[in-house]
Write a protein that binds this ligand. Sequence first.
Ligand code: DP6
Length: 331
Amino acid sequence: MQTVTARAHTNIALVKYWGKKNQELILPYTNSLSLTLDVFYTDTSVQFDPLLETDQFLLNGENVTGKSLIKVQRFMDLIRSEANIAMPARIESTNHVPTAAGLASSASAFAALAAAGSRAAGLDLSLRDLSRLARRGSGSATRSIYGGFVEWERGDSDATSYAVPIQEQVDWDIQMIAILLNRHEKKVSSRSEMANDVATSPYYPAWIENAQTEVDTIKQAIAARDLNQVGQIAEQSAMRMHALTMSAVPPFTYFEPSTLQAIAKVQELRAQGLSCYYTMDAGPNVKVICSARETPQILAGLSTIFPKEQLTVAKPGPGIQYLPPQQRSDL
Ligand code: DP6
């Protein structure tokens, strides 16, 4: 059978997804909204092969086993059952994202696997159905099917929970600076921490209650191309999400001392008149939302405390792409 290669870019949520009402189907309690980025992406090739005994998964050239392999096999089972085939597959992925460092690698990983896997199995899914399929691998992957600003409509069933593009071609001046503070695997996965926060944080009902207002307001701000308003809501959503981890039992935080240093620096630069805002995911790293026009000044400010190698500028990126095999950047 043919080998299919797909590329998916990661996305950073501006209004976060944090908590599932259905673990099996990955149905979230709330809508969320993200920006897909250009420089962080995953290339994945899939080939079904009747001669294999079981699925094989190579990530960045290394054979993956254990829990991560099982997660991928279960995902491939969804594709096999939809395509009505029984063959194992050979899967090769290259992550152009620091894996599990909080830069949402599962988003690009499962979006690329959904696209390459389904097409290699002979399925021709619509973008909506691809988004639904990606969702079954990891919630944030639901949004990586599209470029630019994307909303994940939570829905209330497998059929109604998928992403929709809000502004695919971002024609105004907004981008991010990723501050890489820690490259290591995160201590606690987003999956287990969000489940614990839903179960134990007394603030979780308030999180659900406020989410829709945040999504509605940020969509207006995006339509108005209002960087300051987008940034303010993103900060609010991120800090509220992290307040859920801190208020859970047991309490927990993804923040490290350097996370707080970065936040303080962004606040200082803002006090100097620069439009910059921070957001953090399930890890210590900080993403700064800003304009391309002011990026040189913001980079100069950040590099007074962080080495330049830790700072990556990312622009709005595209949705899912299919590549001929020779276009893989690692081959
Ligand atoms: C903080 O998508 O990694 O990045 O659905 O359990 O795989 P699972 O979780 P995941 O969680 C992402 C959480 C977040 C916020 C977001 O991307 O919306």
